[in-house]
Design a protein around this ligand. Structure first.
Ligand code: ZN
Length: 289
């Protein structure tokens, strides 16, 4: 995932964080290093209960890792119902890294692998045992706007950008046809060079959250026609650089995914979240995109 995760090297490039060292081994923290090359990650991949092992010579990038890991089959005692384990390994390494940096909490490779297997099991259980009424969230008046089936989760995304300070707020709202699921979120980031990039980051953030929630069938909307066209055409765009690539890589982890353009009118909720988030760092009127 080129440039998407806030690993040390990416943050250094954005001048957000100066200590670009891997918290496990002290080497330079790139995404590839953290998730595969680091001795911490390597031990997890080696111990993971896959039928066959990854061949290090075949893996020179994060894309290689995802492509190869997608084909790995878990041995039966794992009890993860035939679902993939590798996304949970990646996710657990990321969590272990954050716990070590931000909470000073250390977990071993073995513990991290156990957590990945437990998460994969939980996800599998959630797929075969629908939530009870108590677990459902009510969503009065929220209807998906795309032609989707009942299993599809719709996510509206939007961003708000401040041209003077080059900062952006992002908002996303998840819902589904059954109206039993609604989750929303927002975030803001500095050093965002264009409104188009801000829209792309909003989508990328939404994808990360969808992935984290175990959503497999997703419909993403944006009111940036230019961005949706860039994603659908999969062609490089001068303003988007790595983020487009990251969106496409992350998209490949979903069973079903679609991207569509919607008018600003139906994107008001995510728009409001994005603006509110931006106001936290720029308490002045902003130009919204
Ligand atoms: Zn390391």
């Amino acid at each position: 995932m080129r440039g998407a995760l806030p690993t040390g090297d990416n943050l250094s490039q954005r001048r957000i964080y100066t200590d670009a060292k891997c918290p496990f081994c002290g080497e330079e923290e790139t995404t590839f290093h953290l998730l595969y090359k680091c001795s911490f990650a390597a031990e997890i991949w080696e111990k993971a209960p896959f039928k066959a092992s990854l061949v290090p010579e075949q893996i020179t990038s994060i894309r290689d890792l995802i492509e190869r890991a997608k084909n790995l089959i878990c041995l039966p005692p794992c009890d993860i119902g035939g679902g993939p384990l590798f996304p949970w390994i990646l996710w657990s390494i990321w969590l272990a890294r954050n716990h070590r940096i931000f909470k000073d909490k250390q977990s071993s490779p073995r513990e991290t692998l156990s957590q990945a297997i437990a998460l994969a099991r939980e996800w599998n259980y959630a797929q075969t045992h629908p939530p009870t009424q108590n677990q459902k969230l009510s969503t009065p008046g929220t209807k998906p706007t795309s032609p989707t089936d009942s299993e599809t989760t719709v996510c509206h995304t939007d961003s708000a950008w401040n041209a003077n300070q080059k900062v952006a707020g992002f908002g996303w709202v998840f819902s589904n046809c059954r109206e039993d699921f609604l989750r929303e979120g927002s975030e803001c980031l500095t050093n965002i060079r264009s409104p188009l990039l801000a829209e792309a980051i909003a989508i990328h953030q939404a994808l990360l959250h969808a992935y984290e929630m175990g959503i497999t069938n997703l419909s993403i909307t944006s009111d940036s026609k230019q961005l949706i066209e860039a994603i659908l055409s999969e062609t490089p765009h001068k303003d988007l650089h790595g983020i487009l690539h990251d969106i496409l890589i992350l998209s490949s982890t979903f069973q079903k995914i679609r991207f569509s353009f919607v008018s600003r009118n139906v994107n008001r909720q995510s728009d409001a979240l994005a603006k509110r988030s931006l106001l936290n760092i720029v308490p002045r009127p902003v130009i919204a995109f």
